[in-house]
Write a protein that binds this ligand. Structure first.
Ligand code: IPD
Ligand code: CA
Ligand code: CA
Length: 272
């Protein structure tokens, strides 16, 4: 993507993301309409829908040729990897939004010809806006984020897992997570994939392992992580196709290879 086009879209998107955050903040103490989707754990609220609709309308009005991949159904149905695609999660961490009224974020990514170009993550209650433009660095509000320190000792590492990893599964070998947990110093789960990747990008956590994540859960945060030289792959070390659902393993450079080779590479059972 041309640098000037990227700068123009960045400025525009920043305005919309901040506005989205303001709408969410103003509605925090109102009565919520909460519905379950596929399961009782998979929630959507009136605010998730309102924010997605707001962002989709603004994008379509301003950039009618761009496509939108989003969680709550207001985006496009058919997405090819060509052209410019926005990946939007209006609220990542909806269960936190409902139960805690914090630890959630608005996540917006712009992907051009399959390459992540712009990422915004807005931690609404902390009022931290994380942003990045490809090859131009990452920022928390106006402060540039530093390069990730390369840590190598797994015994000192802090990791986070997502809820889904601890659920029963025929597809994944559950002892892998126990082996990793035994090895590292601590394991946490914050409940928002976006904010967990950002914690890695900020050096507050050394890695995040998760499964069943959709493109909108991770796209923007990976763009930020790339700018501080973190690594994001599928759990088995494979490259991520930004338009597919899957596992994820993000970390600093020091421990990525060790964890993939010693634990995650064969984690997925070979299904016959
Ligand atoms: C979820 C959160 C959660 C992760 C789930 C995601 P949502 O997104 O990121 O941490 O474990 O897999 O679906 O539903 O809150 O947007
Ligand atoms: Ca999400
Ligand atoms: Ca969501």
């Amino acid at each position: 993507m041309n640098e000037n086009v990227r700068a123009e879209i960045y400025d525009q998107a920043k305005e919309w993301v901040l506005k989205a955050g303001e709408i969410i903040r103003d509605s925090l103490n109102e009565q919520r309409i909460i519905k379950s989707k596929e399961s009782k754990k998979d929630l959507v609220t009136d605010v998730d829908k309102k924010i997605e609709l707001f962002l989709v309308k603004e994008i379509k009005r301003t950039y009618p040729k761009h496509l939108i991949l989003s969680e709550e159904g207001y985006g496009d149905k058919e997405i090819t990897g060509n052209g410019t695609v926005w990946a939007i999660d209006p609220i990542d961490g909806t269960r936190n939004f409902v139960n805690q009224k914090k630890n959630f974020a608005v996540s917006v990514a712009v992907i051009h010809q399959g390459v992540g170009e712009i990422g915004f993550i807005y931690d609404v209650t902390e009022e931290f806006l994380y942003s990045a433009r490809k090859s131009e660095g990452a920022y928390r509000n106006d402060k540039r984020m530093g390069d990730l320190e390369v840590k190598r000792e797994l015994e000192e590492a802090s990791l986070s897992f997502n809820h889904e990893l601890l659920c029963e599964s025929d597809e994944f070998d559950r002892y892998t997570m126990e082996r990793i947990t035994n090895k590292v110093r601590l394991v946490r789960s914050k409940g928002s994939a976006t904010l967990e990747i950002i914690q890695v990008a900020e050096g507050l956590s050394d890695g995040y392992i998760a499964k069943k994540l959709s493109p909108w859960d991770v796209a923007a945060a990976i763009i930020v992580l790339n700018e501080v030289h973190g690594i994001a792959t599928r759990a088995n070390g494979n490259k991520i196709n930004p338009f597919e659902e899957g596992t994820i393993f993000v970390s600093n450079k020091g421990i990525h290879k060790q964890i993939v080779l010693n634990y995650l590479k064969d984690w997925q059972r070979k299904l016959i």
